[in-house]
Design a protein around this ligand. Structure first.
Ligand code: SIN
Length: 483
């Protein structure tokens, strides 16, 4: 049982043009830890999605013309409300997504931080002047909001993924339509409730909840009134959405899959590396795009690392995210558990050894034990695929050159991590890793001030930081003659 301090944060209809839209069809939101139905939410269709586009289009002129300082003031109120309701928002998030409550509270603060950051950054959308070629001309560059922005976001961060897209969009002067994952719509709807309370005008922030991923996705990627589309999710779906966006040449930004290497060199502080690997791998039961996917350990510290890491992983408590002390919650679905189980089985068949875990947990069919595999090679399926579950494959290596080549041997390029205390190596390896983000002696690197994003098939664009605002702005060149 759970209780919200403010039960009106539990909203069950799509939020379009400042009002709540009921539909006849309902979709069930279930708690992955227990299988219980948490809420029944209106299942919006293409029709409601078109209404949201219309609303966002109508509000655009007004919002774009609102001075950046005023937009910042409203966004600051939104941030304050999210932090004031952090406990309730975290409870809803754990109920629909499963992550431990402490992590859910962390996600609310993380998501809210993007709203605070971009509220300020919107005031600094500076243009430029450029020396002209002739004395009777001036070259001026101004930045303007892209227009209506649509997003599709995943179930693994039901609050933060919407927050970091919507915050940049609203700060830039764009209006926004979000389609959250249908497994986890409650966090998004609670954000809409708080946006309304903060005074964000009708039509500026819209949330459409619906099971019809293809139908809604087509509207959001092909509607001519939408100028920009942004997506967080798998590389496979991302490719299809990019192709759909091509029909109207939308600006796109994509935060897609990863296959993060985590490298421990002989000269590393092994205890610090273990702490980094624990958070980087087992956060959200391994279900993040930046989670460590392959742990490479140099031969000189292999035994020490494996032994100490195994001891630490055995201490991780698995269970319902609402219970005290739980570090690993359920996975999102039985299918997700089955996929991880299969990867482990296939790798064991090819010679990997289970050092810790390796089973579906007694807590139920949504729980997979925190697991460590040793004797793994970079060619095994567990190293080639994005695991998206609580499994650490450990791969031994001998030298820097080999490990860089193995780490880069993937089509993905989102996050990478390494531990070393040699300053020369720190620079060499940082520069040689083909990834958009590198944690050096750090296992958690995401924050609002930093540019989050990948290279290769992990996507394009950056979220957060001063670079994140540019993704929601167009550059306009003014050639001023006759001077
Ligand atoms: C993701 O998994 O896509 C986001 C992870 C993060 O923001 O740290």
């Amino acid at each position: 049982m759970y209780k919200l301090n403010d039960p009106t944060l539990l909203r069950c209809h799509s939020y379009i043009n400042g009002s709540w839209h009921a539909s006849e069809k309902l979709l069930k939101v279930t708690n992955p830890a227990t299988g219980e139905v948490v809420a029944e939410v209106s299942d919006a269709s293409i029709q409601e999605t078109n209404l949201a586009v219309k609303a966002a289009k109508s509000a655009l002129k007004m919002w774009a013309a609102t001075p950046a300082g005023q937009r910042a003031g409203l966004m600051r109120k939104w941030f304050d409300l999210m932090m004031a309701h952090q406990d309730d928002l975290a409870t809803l998030l754990t109920l629909e997504q499963g992550k431990p409550l402490a992590e859910a509270k962390g996600e609310i603060a993380y998501g809210a931080a993007y709203i605070e950051w971009f509220a300020e950054e919107g005031k600094r959308a500076y243009g430029d002047t450029i020396p002209a070629l002739t004395s009777d001309k001036r070259i001026v560059v101004i930045k303007q909001p892209v227009g209506v922005v649509a997003s599709i976001t995943p179930w693994n961060f039901p609050n933060a993924m919407i927050a970091r897209k919507a915050a940049a969009a609203l700060a830039a002067g764009c209006t926004f339509i979000g389609r959250p994952a249908s497994q986890t719509p409650l966090s998004a709807l609670a954000m809409a409730e708080l946006a309304e309370r903060a005074g964000i005008p009708a039509g500026v922030f819209n949330i459409v909840v619906g099971n019809d991923a293809q139908g809604i996705g087509k509207v959001l990627t092909q509607h001519p009134d939408i100028a920009k589309f942004t997506f967080t999710g798998s590389t496979g779906i991302g490719k299809k959405l990019i192709a759909q966006c091509a029909t109207t040449v939308k600006k796109v930004s994509m935060e897609l899959g990863g296959n993060a290497p985590f490298i421990v060199f002989d000269d590393a502080d092994v205890d610090a590396a273990i702490q980094g690997a624990l958070v980087s791998k087992y956060r959200n039961a391994g279900q993040t795009c930046v989670c460590t996917n392959r742990i490479f350990v140099q031969s000189g510290v292999l035994d020490e690392f494996t032994e100490k890491f195994s001891q630490a992983v055995q201490q991780l408590q698995i269970g319902n995210g609402l219970s005290d002390g739980v570090a690993i919650g359920p996975m999102i679905s039985e299918k997700a558990v089955a996929d991880v189980e299969q990867l482990v089985k296939d790798s064991v068949a090819q010679g990997a050894k289970i050092a810790v875990g390796g089973q579906v947990d007694n807590n139920g069919s949504h729980f997979y034990q925190p697991t460590i595999l040793t004797n793994v090679s970079n060619e095994m399926p567990i190293a080639k695929n994005e695991i998206f579950g609580p499994v650490s494959p450990i791969i031994a290596f001998e030298n820097e050159e080999d490990v860089i080549s193995m780490a880069n041997d993937t089509e993905y390029g989102l996050a990478a991590y390494f531990y070393s205390r040699d300053i020369g190596r720190v620079w060499r390896v940082s520069e040689a890793l083909d990834f958009g983000m590198v944690g050096v002696n750090e296992g958690i690197i995401s924050n609002a001030a930093a540019p989050f994003g990948g290279v290769k098939q992990s996507g394009n664009g950056r979220e957060g930081s001063k670079y994140g605002l540019d993704d929601y702005m167009e550059i306009k060149y003014l050639c001023m003659g006759g001077i």
